[in-house]
Structure formats: structure tokens, C-alpha cells
Design a protein around this ligand. Structure first.
Ligand SMILES: Cc1ncc(COP(=O)(O)O)c(C=O)c1O
Length: 414
């Protein structure tokens, strides 16, 4: 007879923790993993979306911070959004060609929080969202908990989002919670949405009653002619404008804003309270004190001239070192150039080789692929053989060196 030996209690299997069901479909943060590789010592990295640290206005900001700490006891206290900061934001918006009032300004802890807040306001579980096939990965993360149905639209690398495809989705009866657009200096594509398409998009938003979330962290970093006005300048009611101090001053401030229909401020306030109660009073007040000094204009001029130089050095290096079969966007603003390589080159594989053999990093295109089903039978995007290059976080010498090394590597792939 076989005797079954009972397992002692202490080795009984532990129950597994039940996570929220959406985490089962949570995507790995490919971008973060790749950025970790790119930040190995000695690597020339064009991967991160980082500003140039040597251009941070650290000295001026330190003065503003010291002044606030010495003179304003409320800077270390809980408190409502700082009105003086909102007034500065109204002025900044006027520089972007947007007329708004301080009552339409909603302060956030970075643009990323703004995206989370707006998703919480507009999106139901399982609801639909229209965005481009290649899209800022932070947007994908902000909406993922709702397990949305993505209505993907392609992007023309010269003209921006294919608004005709947006119209097809809407005319087919889709009822998306919102349309997400980066109208200026698209991340990752570096393209601007042309004026006619902006007007068309606004018309669609109004006709179908679908809000647009306009994400504009790069609009102040323009290098050629004055940029065209944001979508928010064309309509007050259907556009949630999202701005950020990350690229104007420094990302570590974690300060951003929205310009929204005024009637929604109470709901937005409740949502934000659930997330972090409020954005840091110290940061709001010290940024306002920095802006009070009037030094932002000259700081922005310096950023623009240095980034323009770096962009142009990267254009020239790409011309010299990349194969004739490659093509790339020519951004007039922002931080990124998008490069399409011949279809047989897998840029994830290329990244590992580039890091190991050439000591150079970039972000492979698939890190920005959102899936979803395209309409109008348009071709599937060429993301697998594309890559994103950042030109703001490397010196001109590093850009020449790094693009040269990548070009040499690509010679072996032709
Ligand atoms: C398109 C886009 N939106 C939002 C953000 C997040 O910005 P913030 O640092 O203000 O949270 C980024 C950051 O790179 C971005 O590229």
C-alpha cells in the first residue's frame, strides 16, 4: 500500500497577489529598458529625450529659490495653485499665440500628470481613443489602465497626422473619449501638423463633439520661422492644451500646466487631489520668482541657438555618413529626428550592435508603436526599421562622432 505523506503546513503554497486585471496586459517599458542600456558609461547616447544639462539656468533659478525660501513662508506649506504662476502661464500662452485667462489655467506636476488627469476625466474603461500609430509612450502608459480601444491613425512625415483617417473613424460611428495630438515637434517623429490639418481637426472635434488633447512640451523650442499657432488658439471649448516647464527650464522641476475649458476646473481639481493633492508650492513659487526676473526670454534664445546648431550638425552628419537609402525628418522645432532605414534593417538588433561595437545608442522605432487598427488600408508603419535620434543632449563634437560611427556600422548592412 502506498502511504501518501501529507505536506507539512509551512511548505503550503503561498497565495499569489491579485493585481488589477489591466496589469496583465501592461506593456514593458521598452523605452526605459533601452534608456538604461544607453546610459552605460562611455556610450554616446542619442536615446533619451533629455535637454542639455549645461544649459539649465541653475544660477538664476538658485537665486529665485533662495529668495522664495527666505521671504515666503507659504512656499513650504500646503496651498492652492499659485496665482502669480498662472499669470505667467497666461503670458507664455500669449507668446504661443493662445489667448486665455488665468481661470482657464490648471497647474500640474509635469505634462505627464496632465495626461493622466485628462484621461481620468474623459476616458471610461474600455473606451476609445484616437491617436497616431507612432506616439509618445507616456500617453500609452497614461491610458493603459482603462484598457482602451485604440483607433490608430498614421502620420505623414511632412504634413503630420492623417486627419482624413480621423474623419473616417468618426464618420464610421466611433465615439472616442478624445483625440491626442502633438501638433508641434512631434515626439518621436519631429514633424509639425500643418495649418490646414489643424483647422480640419478642430472642425471634426466640434462637429463630432470629441475633445482634442494637444500635448505641446516642445512648442517654445523652435529654430526656424515662428511656429504656427496651436490648436488651442482655434477653439476654447474642445481643446485641452498641455504645456510643460521641463524643456523650458528643467525636467526635475516636475511642473506643467493645462489650458482647459474653465467650467471643468472643479472636476480637474478633484482628480488632481487624488493623485498628489497639489503641485509643490515651493516649485510653483520659485518658478514664478524666476519668471518675475524676466530672464526667460534670453534663456530661451540661448536654448534655441544652441539646439539649432546641434540639429544642423546632426543633419550634416546624417547626410555625410548615412546610406542614400535612409531618409529622415527635418524638424523645425523640438528635440528629435526620425530616421527610416531600409526595410531589412531591424533597429532593435541594430541598437545592441551599435552599443556593443560602436558605443552609440538611439531608440528603435518600435518603442513608440501603439498598435490599433489603421483605417483606409494605409500601409503598416515602418517603425521596425526606424529610429529616433535626440540632438539636444550631445555636444556638436559628440554628434559628429556618434553619427559617423553609426554610419560606418550601417555600411555593413547595405
Ligand atoms: C510629448 C510629450 N508629452 C509629455 C511629456 C512629459 O513631460 P513632463 O516632463 O512635463 O512630464 C514628454 C516628455 O518627454 C513628451 O515628450
Amino acid at each position: 500500500m502506498i502511504t501518501l505523506i501529507k505536506e507539512p503546513n509551512h511548505v503550503q503554497e503561498q497565495p499569489t497577489m491579485r493585481l488589477a486585471s489591466w496589469t496583465g496586459v501592461m506593456k514593458r517599458s521598452l523605452l526605459r529598458e533601452m534608456l538604461a542600456v544607453a546610459s552605460r558609461p562611455g556610450i554616446l547616447s542619442f536615446a533619451g529625450g533629455l535637454p542639455a544639462p549645461e544649459l539649465f539656468p541653475a544660477k538664476d533659478y538658485a537665486e529665485a529659490m533662495a529668495y522664495v525660501l527666505e521671504n515666503d513662508a507659504r512656499a513650504l506649506q500646503y496651498g492652492p495653485p499659485f496665482i502669480r504662476l498662472k499669470e505667467h502661464i497666461v503670458e507664455l500662452m500669449a507668446r504661443r499665440g493662445v489667448a486665455c485667462t488665468k481661470d482657464q489655467v490648471f497647474v500640474t506636476t509635469g505634462a505627464q500628470q496632465a495626461l493622466n488627469i485628462v484621461a481620468r476625466l474623459l476616458l471610461n474603461p474600455g473606451g476609445q481613443v484616437i491617436h497616431e500609430q507612432l506616439v509618445y509612450s507616456g500617453l500609452q502608459q497614461a491610458i493603459a489602465p482603462y484598457r482602451p480601444e485604440i483607433l490608430a491613425v498614421p502620420t505623414d512625415l511632412s504634413l503630420g497626422m492623417e486627419v482624413a483617417d480621423v474623419e473616417t473613424h468618426l464618420a464610421n460611428g466611433s465615439q472616442p473619449a478624445f483625440i491626442y495630438a502633438i501638433s508641434e515637434a512631434h515626439n518621436p517623429l519631429g514633424v509639425n501638423l500643418i495649418h490646414e490639418r489643424r483647422q480640419w481637426l478642430i472642425k471634426l472635434a466640434i462637429r463630432y463633439g470629441v475633445p482634442i488633447v494637444e500635448d505641446d512640451p516642445y512648442g517654445f523650442l523652435h529654430y526656424d520661422e515662428e511656429p504656427i499657432r496651436p490648436l488651442r488658439s482655434m477653439d476654447d471649448n474642445w481643446v485641452f492644451y498641455v504645456g510643460s516647464f521641463s524643456k523650458l527650464l528643467a525636467p526635475a522641476l516636475r511642473l506643467g500646466w493645462m489650458v482647459v475649458p474653465e467650467t471643468l476646473i472643479p472636476q480637474l481639481t478633484v482628480i488632481k487631489e487624488a493623485l498628489d493633492l497639489e503641485s509643490s508650492a515651493l516649485i510653483q513659487r520659485s518658478v514664478a520668482a524666476y519668471l518675475d526676473t524676466g530672464r526667460l526670454s534670453s534663456h530661451l534664445q540661448r536654448l534655441r541657438s544652441e539646439y539649432r546648431l546641434r540639429r544642423d550638425v546632426m543633419f550634416t552628419a546624417l547626410e555625410q555618413h548615412f546610406p542614400d537609402s535612409a531618409r529622415w525628418t527635418k524638424p523645425s522645432a523640438g528635440m528629435f529626428i526620425w530616421v527610416e532605414l531600409p526595410a531589412h534593417i531591424d533597429t532593435v538588433e541594430l541598437l545592441w550592435t551599435a552599443v556593443d561595437k560602436a558605443g552609440v545608442a538611439f531608440v528603435p522605432g518600435i518603442a513608440f508603436c501603439a498598435g490599433g487598427s489603421p483605417v483606409n488600408g494605409r500601409p503598416v508603419s515602418t517603425a521596425a526599421s526606424s529610429l529616433r535620434l535626440n540632438f539636444t543632449n550631445s555636444t556638436p563634437e559628440q554628434i559628429e562622432e556618434g553619427i559617423g560611427r553609426l554610419g560606418e556600422l550601417l555600411d555593413h548592412y547595405s
